[in-house]
Design a protein around this ligand. Structure first.
Ligand code: ATP
Length: 237
């Protein structure tokens, strides 16, 4: 890994890019494009966890705490950027972790399983004995003892089509997505519009606190995020 200088003003962002490049065998090239889209939205947010994102974090924690069989579904970007943070959330919430890929190959599943293993988690994914109904090709595959039987799924950085398919399966879906306008953000039951590595420790803390949220309106929360962005932009001189 080529380490960026620590005093560089964009050190964290450059480190994230390095991590993705370092994990190039496990991260789909398309994932690099998705990362760039996320970075652009993070600029608009001012690279901070905005107040409506904190409300969504508490709602997501409440869903995870109340779940019978929660699962954290991870792809290449998520593992490359946040394997340790995912491991910590899994430990605190009791959620299983499943490798679930849009661009699925046995080699990538094996590489990501190893990376999660290095972070201390035995991830599901290699025994892909079930399908997500409504999807075709390799991207439909999942595990019956993971996503197949989950009641609550946290699926960060997901594609809109697959998010819709999970909702249609009757799952309660939480996503983390910097783009409040993406189809995933609009389809999930709880959307946390925040950067993955910034948000996961906050979510873990909220699960540990035993957060209880009775009513959460995702559409209204997304409106508040968009309001936060436009308000911020209108004040920039
Ligand atoms: P959709 O299909 O949901 O309309 P999309 O075509 O952008 O959206 P993908 O490219 O699969 O779908 O989604 C990746 C999403 O993840 C993007 O919306 C991007 O903003 C977001 N994203 C990328 N990196 C991060 C990150 N580090 N933290 C949070 N969100 C991120």
């Amino acid at each position: 890994m080529t380490l960026p200088p620590e005093d560089h003003p964009r050190y964290k962002s450059l480190m994230a890019r390095e991590k993705l490049v370092e994990a190039a065998d496990a991260v789909a090239r398309q994932g690099l494009i998705a990362h760039g889209r996320g970075e652009a939205f993070d600029y608009l947010l001012g690279e901070q966890t905005c107040p409506p994102a904190m409300d969504a974090i508490r709602a997501a924690a409440s869903m995870m705490v109340g779940a019978t069989n929660p699962v954290i579904s991870v792809n290449g970007n998520v593992v490359a950027l946040a394997a340790r943070e995912v491991a910590h959330l899994s430990e605190v919430s009791g959620a299983k972790v499943e490798i679930n890929l849009f661009h699925r190959t046995p080699e990538r599943v094996a590489a990501l399983t190893r990376m999660m293993g290095d972070a201390g988690v035995k991830a599901l994914g290699e025994n892909d004995d079930a399908n997500i109904p409504g999807l075709t090709s390799e991207r439909a595959k999942c595990c019956s003892d993971g996503i197949g039987s989950a009641d609550v799924i946290l699926v960060p950085l997901e594609d809109g089509d697959r998010c819709r398919a999970l909702v249609d399966m009757g799952k309660q879906v939480i996503t983390i997505d910097l783009n409040p306008l993406s189809r995933t953000a609009q389809t999930a039951h709880v959307t946390i519009v925040d950067e993955l590595t910034r948000c996961l420790p906050l979510l873990t803390e909220s699960v540990r606190d035993g957060s209880e949220v009775e009513d959460f309106d995702n559409k209204k929360n997304l409106q508040k995020v968009i309001g936060f962005i436009s308000d911020r932009l209108s004040r920039i001189e």
